[in-house]
Design a protein. Structure first.
Length: 209
């Protein structure tokens, strides 16, 4: 069974409190999501392999360690996942970015695919799937399935807030995919939103309804 990693660093939790606030406007919301994603990326990439190298400093040779060359792919689920991309790319500028477009049918709550564009060497990359909210889990389960069907293997899911129902759905469908989240909330309401959550992440990121 995949692991659930709750990132409870004080800076992350402080920013999460502000991002949840109904009074936080789109500009500040976008900035906070970007910052939280950057901070979370430290934990998501903690297990990256290192290799020993020698570096010449102004004072002599130093024995150091550098990332061993494993490539990273960042795959936001559109549209809300876009708000998390810049923070990770700022930290890992060589990462390639794919996109998966899904929307949730308001009647069935099931994901519908409308776009998928992934790096051609997806099978050679450690992949981080991004979506601010893991609610029913339908979108994440579908996105990960699409990635696997196209050759993706090493996949992690990174979200800001998860509901127990969404965690269970991802673990059941993809037991090999670890989940990284800054919060695990109480439940879903009768229309599939996380409670207490933060509302609709896409609407709050882009100022739409």
């Amino acid at each position: 069974m995949s692991k659930v990693h709750l990132i409870d660093h004080p800076l992350v939790q402080h920013k999460m409190a502000i991002v949840r606030d109904v009074k936080t406007g789109p500009k500040e919301f976008r900035e906070l999501v970007d910052e939280i994603a950057l901070l979370m990326a430290y934990e998501v990439t903690r297990d990256m392999a290192l290799e020993d190298v020698e570096v010449e400093t102004p004072m002599g040779m130093a024995h150091c360690r550098m990332i061993s060359g494993k490539k990273i792919g960042v795959i936001p689920i559109l549209r809300a996942g876009l708000g998390m991309v810049d923070g990770i790319v700022e930290l890992i500028p060589t990462a390639k970015v794919g996109h998966i477009g899904l929307y949730r049918d308001p009647d069935t709550l099931q994901p519908v695919e409308y776009y998928c564009k992934l790096p051609t060497d997806i099978g050679e990359r450690d992949l981080i799937v991004l979506d601010p909210m893991l609610a029913t889990g339908g979108s994440a389960v579908a996105a990960i399935r699409f990635i696997k069907e196209r050759g993706g293997k090493n996949i992690k899911l990174m979200v800001l807030i998860a509901a127990p129902e969404g965690i269970a759905a991802v673990q059941a469908a993809h037991p090999d995919v670890d989940i990284f989240t800054a919060a695990i909330d109480e439940r879903l309401n009768d229309v599939g939103y996380i409670v207490p959550g933060l509302g609709d992440a896409g609407d709050r990121l882009f100022g739409t309804k």
